[in-house]
Design a protein around this ligand. Structure first.
Ligand SMILES: C=C1C[C@]23C[C@H]1CC[C@H]2[C@]1(C)CCC[C@@](C)(C(=O)O)[C@H]1[C@@H]3C(=O)O
Ligand SMILES: O=C(O)CCC(=O)C(=O)O
Ligand SMILES: [Fe+2]
Length: 363
C-alpha cells in the first residue's frame, strides 16, 4: 500500500453522517491478539524519593517492591522520580508539533530501511500485515561523546523549525538516561547483588532509543491494535502515557488495563534485562489499544547497553541458580535480529536464542 494512501487511512477525518470506509485488511489483527482486557492491573507504585536521596531503609523497602513486581510480570511505576513535570509537558507539546506536520513532509523524514531512526507510519515500510495503528518518531540518545546528539539530530534531520523540539528532547532524554541508570542500581539491589553498580557500566556508553508514539483515533478500534502484543527487546523501558489510556499488560492469564498516572513513569523489564537477571525478572508482555474518539500519545525511552558489551548475568546469580539460561550475546546481536530477521513479539528472546545458537554452530 502506498505510504501516503496508508497515512490518509491512519489520519482520516470522521465525517458526521458519512460511513467511514472499512479498515484495510492489513490493519486487521488476529482474533487472539484482540481479546478484551479484564479490569485494571494493580500496578506497584515505587516512591523513589528515599532511594534517590540515599535513605538506606527506604531503598531496602522499594527494592523489595521492585523485586516482587519483576518476578511476577516485570512491570511497576515510579513516582517522585525527580523529572520536572514541565519538561514532560514540553515533550508532549513538541511531539504534537511534529505529528501535526503535513503527511508528505512527515514521509520525507521516514526511517531508512534497516535503521531505527526517523518517522514511520504504521511500519508500512517493514510489514505487510498486522499493521499497527500508529505513527512513530524514533531517535538515538547517548551522552558519552558530550555532544547534544538529540538536538543535533533534530537540527540536521528535521530542520531548524524543529530546533526547539530538539532542545526539549535533548533535556528529556538526558533525564530519562539518568533515571534509567539509577533504576539499574535499584534492580541490582533488588537482586541482592553485592555491587549495586554492577549493571551501570554496561549502560554508560550505550545508545538508547527514544520513541514518540502517536495513535490516531480509529473508526474500527476493536479490529486493530496501536502496538501489538510484545515484550520490549531492550533492557528497561521508561514510558509516560497521556491521560487517554490504552496501555495493557498481560498478567494472571488476562489483559489488564494500566490506568494512566500523569505523575508516574511506567517501568517495564525488557528481554535484555531478563537475560541479565538469568531469567529471574520477567520481560513484560504488553500491548497498546486504540479508540474511536481521541488520539493517544506515549513517550517511550528504551535504555540500551553499549552495543558490543557481552551481556551475561552476574556470577553470583548463576551460581545460586545452578545454570546460565541464555547464551552470552551483545545488544547489537539482538537489535539486528529484531530489525532484520524477526518482528518483536511475545517470544522474541526465545526465538533469538535459538537463532543465535544455530548461527554460531553453523559457523
Ligand atoms: C528495539 C526496539 C524494536 C521496537 C522499538 C524498540 C523497543 C520496542 C520494539 C517494538 C515496539 C516491539 C513491538 C513491535 C515493534 C516493531 C513496533 O511495534 O514498533 C518494535 C519496535 C521496532 O522494531 O521498531
Ligand atoms: O504506547 C504505549 O503505551 C506502549 C508502546 C510500547 O509498548 C512500545 O513502544 O514499545
Ligand atoms: Fe513496548
Amino acid at each position: 500500500m502506498d505510504s501516503s494512501l496508508l497515512l490518509s487511512t491512519l489520519n482520516q477525518e470522521t465525517v458526521i453522517g458519512v460511513e467511514p470506509p472499512h479498515l484495510p485488511t492489513n490493519f486487521v489483527w488476529p482474533m487472539e491478539d484482540l481479546v478484551d482486557a479484564h479490569g485494571e492491573l494493580e500496578v506497584p507504585v515505587v516512591n523513589l524519593s528515599g532511594f534517590l536521596t540515599g535513605d538506606d531503609e527506604a531503598t531496602w523497602c522499594v527494592a523489595k517492591l521492585v523485586h516482587r513486581a519483576c518476578l511476577s510480570h516485570g512491570f511497576f511505576q515510579v513516582i517522585n522520580h525527580g523529572v520536572d513535570p514541565a519538561l514532560i509537558a514540553q515533550a508532549y507539546a513538541q511531539m504534537d508539533k511534529f505529528f501535526r506536520v503535513p503527511t508528505q513532509r512527515k514521509l520525507s523524514f521516514s526511517k531508512k530501511p534497516g535503521l531505527l531512526w526517523g518517522y514511520s507510519g504504521a511500519h508500512v515500510d517493514r510489514f505487510s500485515s498486522k499493521l499497527p495503528w500508529k505513527e512513530t518518531l524514533s531517535f538515538p540518545y547517548y551522552d558519552h561523546t558530550f555532544e547534544p546528539v538529540v538536538a543535533n539530530y533534530f537540527n540536521t534531520t528535521l530542520g531548524e523549525d524543529f530546533q526547539q523540539t530538539g532542545v526539549t528532547f535533548q533535556k528529556y532524554c538526558k533525564a530519562m538516561k539518568e533515571l534509567g541508570v539509577k533504576l539499574t542500581e535499584l534492580l541490582a539491589i533488588s537482586l541482592g547483588l553485592k555491587d549495586r553498580l554492577h549493571y551501570k557500566e554496561l549502560f554508560e556508553e550505550g545508545c538508547s532509543i527514544m520513541r514518540c508514539n502517536y495513535y490516531p483515533p480509529c473508526h474500527q478500534p476493536s479490529l486493530t491494535l496501536g502496538t501489538g502484543p510484545h515484550c520490549d527487546p531492550t533492557s528497561i523501558t521508561i514510558l509516560h502515557q497521556d491521560q487517554v489510556g490504552g496501555l495493557q499488560v498481560f498478567a494472571d492469564k488476562r489483559w489488564k488495563i494500566v490506568q494512566p498516572r500523569s505523575d508516574a513513569f511506567i517501568v517495564n523489564i525488557g528481554d535484555t534485562f531478563t537475560a541479565l537477571s538469568n531469567g529471574r525478572y520477567k520481560s513484560c508482555l504488553h500491548r497498546a489499544v486504540v479508540n474511536s474518539y481521541k488520539e493517544r500519545r506515549s513517550l517511550a525511552f528504551f535504555l540500551c547497553p553499549k552495543e558490543d558489551k557481552i551481556l551475561r548475568p552476574p556470577q553470583d546469580i548463576v551460581r545460586i541458580d545452578g545454570t546460565k539460561h541464555f547464551p552470552d550475546f551483545t545488544w547489537s546481536d539482538l537489535l539486528l535480529f529484531t530489525q532484520k530477521h524477526y518482528r518483536a513479539d511475545e517470544a522474541t528472546l526465545h526465538n533469538f536464542t535459538n537463532w543465535f545458537l544455530s548461527s554460531k554452530t553453523n559457523k
